[in-house]
Design a protein around this ligand. Structure first.
Ligand code: ZN
Length: 293
């Protein structure tokens, strides 16, 4: 899941202000031309992932606070323990924005916004979303975008991943939006596969997989009451009418998933995380001028 918008785009512009000079460097830093050797190995994925994560850190209000990190790490532990790529140095961070969003970049870096944590009401809903993002990484959806960029002989800056093509000069300036979109757009097929992965991981972790369905319903409610807050999420994680039905059918068709419905729905650590997030300083305000960027 991911985002971008009311404050999404705003967020990107705002936080990117100071990165305006460094961004083009990033965009041009990795010129991996040549259609040959498209595969991104694990070491390269980790290296690029760390580089992108450093950019996210500079351009978004990423929280580095043990009071938040402790319960977040505890919340994700059961999911990472059953992930396919357990060898990855998984990193989970909270982003202090009111937007409701979550996103993953290559190498196992996953971000979830304050807004999403505040809107969730129980642990299994958050676990469903995190399982979905872990799925994007496990299934190499993000790494594949780098491979596609390389196959097209294009630079593999975040700009490419955001736009799906090499950014023009003006766009490079506007790529303050990086923040907004580390946020590649995934295909419907990728979304579906990540949803199924979320069902598998929550099931394997003994967590009620219906949490993902509940979270989708919460997202739909937010969309009807505060559409801007969820724009980024839906931009990168297409939400189709049949998506909830698909997840429900996936659970119904899997005996283990059906059994897991009696599993864990809530946990004190989720509420500990929610309290810690609510105690954070207010999210930085949206920038005042960003039109035309
Ligand atoms: Zn997704």
């Amino acid at each position: 899941m991911r985002p971008l918008a009311r404050s999404g785009t705003a967020t990107g512009h705002q936080y990117a202000k100071k990165r305006r000079r460094s961004l083009p460097l990033l965009a041009g830093a990795l010129w991996l031309g040549g259609a040959a050797a498209c595969a991104v190995g694990v070491q390269e994925e980790l290296q690029l992932g760390d580089q992108y994560a450093a950019e996210v850190d500079k351009s978004m209000p990423v929280v580095h606070d043990a009071v938040v990190q402790g319960p977040l790490d505890a919340a994700v532990h059961p999911l990472v323990a059953v992930a396919a790529r357990r060898d990855l140095p998984w990193t989970f961070r909270v982003v202090n924005t009111a937007d409701v969003n979550a996103f993953a970049i290559p190498g196992g870096h996953i971000y979830v916004t304050r807004g999403l944590i505040e809107h969730a009401t129980s642990y299994h809903q958050l676990a469903g979303v995190l399982g979905h993002e872990i799925g994007h990484v496990d299934l190499r959806h993000s790494a594949r975008q780098i491979e596609q960029a390389r196959a097209a002989s294009l630079g593999v800056g975040l700009g490419y991943i955001v736009l799906g093509r090499e950014p023009g000069a003006a766009e490079n300036a506007a790529l303050n939006v990086v923040a907004a979109a580390v946020f590649a757009k995934f295909s419907r097929e990728d979304e579906r596969a990540a949803d199924h992965a979320a069902v598998r991981y929550t099931t394997a972790a003994g967590i009620d997989p219906d949490g993902l369905v509940e979270m989708f319903r919460i997202l739909q409610r937010v969309q009807s009451t505060d559409p801007g807050a969820i724009e980024q999420f839906f931009a990168s994680h297409p939400m189709t009418a049949d998506r909830i039905t698909d997840v429900q059918q996936t659970i119904a068709a899997d005996p283990a998933a059906r059994t897991a419905r009696t599993g864990k729905q809530d946990a004190p650590l989720f509420h500990e995380l929610q309290r810690a997030v609510r105690a954070l300083p207010p999210p930085p305000p949206p920038p005042k001028t960003q039109k035309g960027q």
